[in-house]
Design a protein around this ligand. Structure first.
Ligand SMILES: *Cc1c(COP(=O)(O)O)cnc(C)c1O
Length: 453
């Protein structure tokens, strides 16, 4: 699956750098915090690098002659982006140790980089525990952060030495008592997740009126409660959700001490995203310093934050239909059919409430402006569909692209790293295992992963 970098003449790529100091939209989201200029600059360079790799690849595919599937969608994964996100985390939340949420994207190269950056892993199943352990990390760097676990998986965790796990109900405590009495337990509490994209608190979390009885039951069963955990919901909008959750966690910490436990760790879960990270970090950091003295260890379970922007997906236009608009004979509607859709990597449109935005990668219509030029262009509205026979398989109802896109052309979608491939299916016989071309726009990540330049 991993393709050797050398296949793409990396020397050419790495020295082929452009600087666009006038790219205002990107700059806007990067201003106003420490290190912003450097990060802005390296991110722009990285985007151009990714574009070159995408372009080199599709320029070598001839859809009129190629073998079946040679025009399948593929990803370019920039491990340098994950590395930059890690530095950003360290700069803004140095007190909090990340345990990467494996479910978000269990790609082996991602896990390898996380392990070498010193991060831990948040796993929710036997298979996730296995992939995390396969990186060679000590089992103490894994938390089994699923409050409702399969009994046989609890025994498996015990066998592998994965001691840290969460619970939020009494049945779970009895299960843990019989299957892994020496486990190190985190009581997961309910949060206000009403502003998040993917709400989790209707499924998991103990409310504050049941935390004390649960802690007492754990004590009676002679189980070891080492901390409290929460999750404010994935794609959280409101940083204040963290404040309330940290305050509530303090209450439950005190209850645990009163009942006779010795809690030492707070787990602040996931919910961080790329664009709002600094604002969240300031508010969370202040809440932590207010309520949790320095000897309390703080961990987190970020998923989306680390990987969303690292993966870019290239997709081929396999069919097109131009329909006369009966209401407006001068305007046609354009439908594009791609070889990936909501049953594939665009599963994020359904499960993760995303709206992926197409951009043109290569296009036979040479009046089309490339992202690297500033030519004026003709804007056309398209609806964009997936390859299966199901009508639900639509990626975007209304997308504007700068020119006429036809059969055989390529589109690309940025920010396709989180909750995409991992929830893809093989419905209608399309693959869920697309090739990934790994590159790194950062020398640091290149060195950690042993990529050639
Ligand atoms: C999904 C999940 C995460 C990761 O959430 P992100 O929003 O992607 O950061 C972390 N912890 C738990 C328990 C989860 O279920």
């Amino acid at each position: 699956m991993a393709m050797a970098l050398s296949a793409f003449a990396p020397q050419e790529i790495y020295f082929n750098k452009y600087y666009h100091d006038d790219s205002d939209s990107l700059k806007d989201s990067y201003c106003g915090y420490y290190g912003a200029n450097e990060q802005f600059r390296s991110k722009l360079t990285a985007k151009e690098l990714v574009f070159q790799v995408l372009k080199n690849r599709v320029d070598n595919i001839d859809v009129d002659r190629c073998c079946p599937g040679a025009e399948d969608p593929f990803f370019v994964a920039d491990m340098g982006e994950i590395y930059r996100q890690h530095l950003r985390w360290k700069m803004n939340l140095s007190r909090v140790k990340p345990f990467y949420a494996v479910k978000c994207n269990p790609d082996p190269e991602i896990l390898r980089l996380m392990a070498s950056l010193g991060n831990g892993f948040d796993c929710a199943s036997k298979a996730e525990i296995d992939v995390a352990l396969s990186t060679g990390v000590d089992p103490s760097r894994i938390i089994y952060a699923q409050p409702c676990k399969t009994k046989s998986y609890i025994r498996y965790a015990a066998q592998m030495g994965v001691k840290q796990m969460t619970f939020d109900n009494a049945d779970e405590l009895y299960k843990i008592k019989t299957n892994f009495p020496n486990a190190e337990l985190y009581l997961r509490i309910l949060t206000d997740d009403s502003t998040s994209l993917c709400r989790l608190s209707m499924k998991f979390g103990a409310s504050l009126d049941v935390t004390r009885p649960l802690l007492e039951l754990a004590r009676e069963l002679d189980l070891n409660v080492v901390g409290v955990s929460f999750h404010v919901g994935s794609g959280a909008e409101d940083p204040k959700a963290f404040c309330k959750a940290v305050q509530d966690a303090r209450v439950v910490f005190d209850q645990a001490v009163e009942v006779g436990h010795e809690p030492h760790t707070l787990d602040v879960g996931g919910g961080f995203s790329e664009d709002r990270f600094e604002r969240f970090a300031v508010i969370l950091g202040q809440a932590l310093d207010t309520y949790f003295p320095p000897h309390i260890r703080i961990i987190a379970e970020p998923g989306r934050y680390y990987v969303a922007s690292a993966f870019t997906l290239a997709v081929n236009v396999i069919a097109r239909r131009i329909i006369q608009d009966p209401m407006d004979p001068s305007g046609n509607t354009h439908r594009l059919y791609l070889n990936d859709g909501v049953y594939g990597n665009f599963s994020n449109t359904i499960f993760d409430h995303q709206h992926p935005e197409p951009q043109i990668l290569s296009c036979l219509d040479d009046s089309v402006a490339s992202p690297l030029s500033h030519r004026p262009s003709q804007e056309i509205a398209y609806s964009i569909w997936g390859p299966t026979c199901d009508g639900i398989d639509i990626i975007a109802e209304h997308a504007i692209l700068p020119g006429v896109v036809g059969v055989g052309d390529w589109l690309y979608f940025e920010n396709m790293g989180a909750y995409t491939r991992c929830s893809a299916t093989r419905f209608n016989g399309f693959t869920d295992n697309h090739e990934v071309i790994y590159i790194s726009s950062e020398a640091g990540a290149r060195a950690l992963l042993n990529y050639r330049t």
